[in-house]
Ligand binder design. Sequence first.
Ligand code: SAH
Ligand code: SF4
Ligand code: F3S
Length: 461
Amino acid sequence: MKNKSICCIDNVFSIENLKNLITVIHGENTPLCYLHSFGCQQNATDGEKIKGMLAEIGYDFTDDTEKASLIIMNTCAVREHAEDRVFGNIGKFKKLKKEKPDTIICVCGCMAQQKHIAERIKNNYHQVDLVFGTFAYNKFYEMLYEVLKTKSRVFNISEQDDSINENLKQLRDSKIKASVPIMYGCNNFCTYCIVPYVRGRERSRPVEAVFDEVSDLVKAGYKEITLLGQNVNSYSYGFPQLLKRLNTIEGDFRIRFMSSHPKDATSELIDTILDCDKVCKHLHLPMQSGCNRVLKEMNRKYTVEEYAKIIDYAREINPDFSFTSDIIVGFPGETYEEFCETKKAINRFKFDNIYSFVYSKRSGTKAALMEDNISHKQKGLWLRELLLEHRENNVSWMSRFVGKTLKVLAEKEGRTSEHHLNGRSDENIIVEFIGDKALIGSFVNVKITKAMNWALLGEIV
Ligand code: SAH
Ligand code: SF4
Ligand code: F3S
């Protein structure tokens, strides 16, 4: 295929023409798409929107890349490991493309939004036909039309477009749980993080649009709604107000949200969580580090003491209140002693779960220019130390639920045995219990009998 940029989209494009073109190519056969979303729930939502657009023009979906005529990698750029996995995948498609040259291979999402990545794909991965960034979803039909019609390679990593398209219908993977973005982008520029560069500035969706979407999902039978934003606390129309408004929707469902930046988490937020019966009594509050010097270098804009105030406030009212956290190990310049402060902090704050990562250098960020003398291998050992510490203390902390009854949304078959079901409590803790498969998709009350390091065990009451 020859190189060509998107700047001059064929002016005969229309959805009708696109559909006709697909019929010409596939005849009576339904075209199949393989789509894989990497990274966070926000990205998964984008993937579901692309699926929705494809379904509208007659595509169906497959888990088998060999059967697909369109392969889409919806990528994540947050850590190097995520990017390596994508390049590994695209590498493998070289053979597939040779055997089936008509297969269209597309790379989109956060990784594709970075110029150096788009260049690398353009120059070294000729099997890829279409590359587009996080601001180009609205142009997906036009780009697909151009690729199919002209057989040229299309690259679109245009800069931010402030509009939010409310008309893209999502084809959701789950019938039980749904994510609803309330805002896009991030203004915080934590020094290690690529997200503000690939997702642009904050844009909030209007309250009415969010309210209507959640109402429709509840009517359609969804049991768990997760509100998404890189920092939901800076939702323009007031986040506690939004929670209160959504809490008035009638039906058997619960509300979660993520993420909540500690610098903007207020006592009003905690009060609202505690007051609203539909909102889960759980807060994912990424701490990143337990050392004030490192937090300052990360540009997180809070101290460990300020962070502690939020936790103490919530637990004073509800001692069982659940917190989970993200931790970065081995930020540039971090010493072992500073890392030990993080270890101390996780014991103090008794998180129900931590998502911990070795620092990954992201080019274009401030931290990428900072001196970093600790090897990746050493940082990996620190990470293991942190996880062991968490595991050792976590079981006794999770034991606070033994003897209590938790409301669990049954989601799938369990790991413990074939008779067990697996679900999550309001606190977002995995709970396994013996139950009939017919219960999947409904709430059950489970009396907790045992705490393990990965889940709670219980019995239906
Ligand atoms: N907006 C969310 C985080 C989104 S990224 C928030 O602020 O909470 C999810 C997590 O990835 C972050 O919380 C952080 O712990 C981790 N992360 C981000 N950039 C990273 C990097 N360069 N290296 C390692 N982990 C990183
Ligand atoms: Fe990244 Fe910080 Fe924004 Fe979260 S708040 S997405 S960690 S810059
Ligand atoms: Fe999400 Fe990864 Fe992009 S975490 S916002 S998919 S960089």
